[in-house]
Structure formats: structure tokens, C-alpha cells
Ligand binder design. Structure first.
Ligand SMILES: CC(C)(COP(=O)(O)OP(=O)(O)OC[C@H]1O[C@@H](n2cnc3c(N)ncnc32)[C@H](O)[C@@H]1OP(=O)(O)O)[C@@H](O)C(=O)NCCC(=O)NCCS
Length: 172
């Protein structure tokens, strides 16, 4: 695969919104409520991505293969209590399902780590659904370490869906 990464612009918003939901539907089937996965990609959602991309503290990278978007990764300062200016959070990493296990996730992850370092962050954190074994294995393979504790991502009729946290130091 000939994949390059670049900073997202407003022109990428529609592709990002589509990849987000295609990847969610495939990766979270049976893990998130079906009505959540069935949500359509609306203009509202595309415009929300445009606004998100334009925010100065948020960085989104897109991965492109032959000018086609195949994945994206979004970083923002980590909202931690007490405030911690050293840590940034990966808030989204999604690859188009037909490109999984082709190395796109690694390219995006390394790219966002470079962005974080360039912006002065020395640590990364992220939350991932506890049942999302694929993503957890991916992050583990990239050197992210599971932290103790969890948080509720979504209350459901049965039991709450939990997220767990991973962290990685960017300083060797
Ligand atoms: C998680 C995700 C981003 C990984 O992207 P990807 O492009 O498939 O990952 P890569 O091909 O770069 O994988 C790199 C390495 O990570 C590990 N890895 C990736 N997916 C894995 C899986 N399903 N199971 C076990 N290990 C996995 C492997 O070590 C892999 O190397 P290998 O293929 O040579 O064995 C992708 O599967 C995805 O978009 N999933 C749905 C969305 C999601 O869950 N995002 C995370 C939200 S927090």
C-alpha cells in the first residue's frame, strides 16, 4: 500500500464522517447498541467534523491511498483533573474496514505521536471500549500500557459499557 498522511482540512470532513461510521459498524457490531451503529452520516455530522478540524487545539491527520481517504486520527489536549499540560489524548483512530491489517493504523499512530511531540506533549492517553479487543491489541502492539480503573462510556438497559485507559510516554 502506498499510504501518506497529512493534516485534515474541511474537504476531508465528509470522508472522515463516512470512515468513522463504516469502521464503527464493523468494529463495534455487538459491542454498541445497534441503534447507535445504524445512525446515518448526516450533513450535521459532516459539519461537526468541519468545526472539529478547524479548532486550533485539535489535530486530525488523514491517511490517503492514491488520494482516497482510508483512515484518520484525532488528538487533543487531555482533559485531566488536576490539569496536566504534558498529556494529549487520542480521541479517535479509525481505519476503513477493507484496509484493516494493512499497516494504516500504525502509520496514523506514529504520525499523531510526532504531532503530539512537535506540539510539546510528552505523554499520550486514550480511552477504548473494554470489549474492543481488536483496538486494545493494536494499542498494546504500539507500546500503550493499560491503566487501572475504568469509566462508563454508555448506560444501557443491561449493564453499563465500560472504557479502559491506555497511556504511553513519548520520552525514551
Ligand atoms: C484498531 C484499528 C485502528 C487498527 O488499524 P489497522 O490499520 O488495522 O492496524 P495495523 O494494520 O496498522 O496493525 C498494526 C499491528 O497492530 C496489531 N493489531 C491490529 N489489529 C489487530 C487485531 N484485530 N488483533 C490483534 N492485533 C492487532 C498487530 O500487531 C498489527 O500488526 P500485524 O498486522 O503485522 O500483526 C482498526 O482496526 C480500526 O479502525 N478499528 C475500528 C475502530 C476502532 O476500534 N478504533 C479504536 C477506537 S479507540
Amino acid at each position: 500500500m502506498n499510504v501518506s498522511i497529512e493534516a485534515a482540512t474541511a474537504k476531508d470532513a465528509e470522508a472522515i464522517a463516512n470512515i468513522h461510521f463504516e469502521s464503527l459498524r464493523e468494529g463495534y457490531a455487538g459491542k454498541l447498541p445497534q441503534e447507535y451503529l445504524d445512525m446515518p452520516v448526516t450533513d450535521w455530522r459532516i459539519n461537526a467534523w468541519k468545526k472539529w478540524i478547524a479548532r486550533s487545539k485539535v489535530r486530525t491527520l488523514v491517511a490517503k491511498e492514491d488520494d482516497q481517504n482510508v483512515g484518520f486520527c484525532t488528538l487533543q489536549p487531555f482533559n485531566e483533573n488536576p490539569p496536566n499540560k504534558e498529556t494529549a489524548e487520542i480521541v479517535a483512530l479509525f481505519v476503513q474496514p477493507d484496509k484493516w491489517r494493512h499497516g494504516v493504523g500504525v502509520i496514523l499512530c506514529k504520525g499523531i505521536e510526532s504531532e503530539a511531540k512537535a506540539a510539546g506533549f510528552s505523554k499520550l492517553a486514550l480511552w477504548v471500549l473494554e470489549s474492543n479487543e481488536n483496538a486494545r491489541n493494536f494499542y498494546k502492539a504500539q507500546g500503550y500500557q493499560l491503566q487501572t480503573g475504568d469509566r462508563i462510556f454508555l448506560e444501557t438497559a443491561n449493564e453499563p459499557l465500560l472504557e479502559v485507559m491506555y497511556r504511553k510516554s513519548l520520552v525514551q
